[in-house]
Design a protein around this ligand. Structure first.
Ligand code: ZN
Length: 183
């Protein structure tokens, strides 16, 4: 069972590293928040590729680093990071080959049915909109940057950068340079 495997790994981990916990506080040393995708290929890869270590940054993830119109949970996390945890810069990082950029909503609806979700629940909303699927990875990053920058509770003085990451070679490309736009 996976949970047993994880608990075993955890007991080994605590024996080996437990005392190191005290070196780190909740405030990110680099005063940065990173909003990115939950993609598996970014785990233990994106941070290294950015030169970010434990204690350096707040990291917020969701499927497709998407901020939907009707859901500002990401903004909530960023607001806490800015006002209470000292964050002064934000990076929105999309990535190449993102599954959310070619989401098959028919397949998704089919799987939901297989898991016993009633059809009327599946059809209730526009499934693609609810999932926050998008067709253009770059546009999605720019959209998230714009939504963060223009939110009524996010200060205009915080630079918000938009970047695209390659999960194959780790290369980062700048789409939006937040220093040029911050006032
Ligand atoms: Zn992704």
């Amino acid at each position: 069972m996976l949970l047993e495997e994880i608990l075993l790994a955890n007991s080994r981990f605590v024996t080996e590293y437990g005392d190191l916990q005290k070196k780190y506080g909740p405030k990110p040393r680099k005063k940065v928040a990173i909003f990115t995708c939950m993609d598996t290929r970014l785990v233990e890869f994106l941070e290294q590729a950015l030169g970010i270590s434990r204690g350096d940054a707040k990291v917020i993830k969701n499927a497709g680093n998407r901020i939907r119109e009707d859901c500002d949970d990401v903004i909530r996390s960023l607001a806490v990071a800015i006002y209470l945890l000292g964050v002064r810069e934000i990076l929105v990082i999309g990535h190449l080959h993102c599954g959310m950029s070619k989401l098959n909503t028919e397949l998704l609806a089919e799987r939901m049915k297989e898991f016993g979700i009633p059809e009327e629940e599946i059809d209730k909303d526009d499934l693609a909109a609810w999932m926050g699927s998008f067709s253009d990875t770059e546009e999605n990053v720019v959209d998230a940057v714009d939504k963060i920058k223009s939110h009524r509770l996010i200060p205009r003085s915080i630079p918000v950068h938009g970047l695209i990451f390659c999960p194959d070679n780790g290369e980062l490309q700048v789409l939006v340079n937040g220093y040029k736009q911050a006032k």
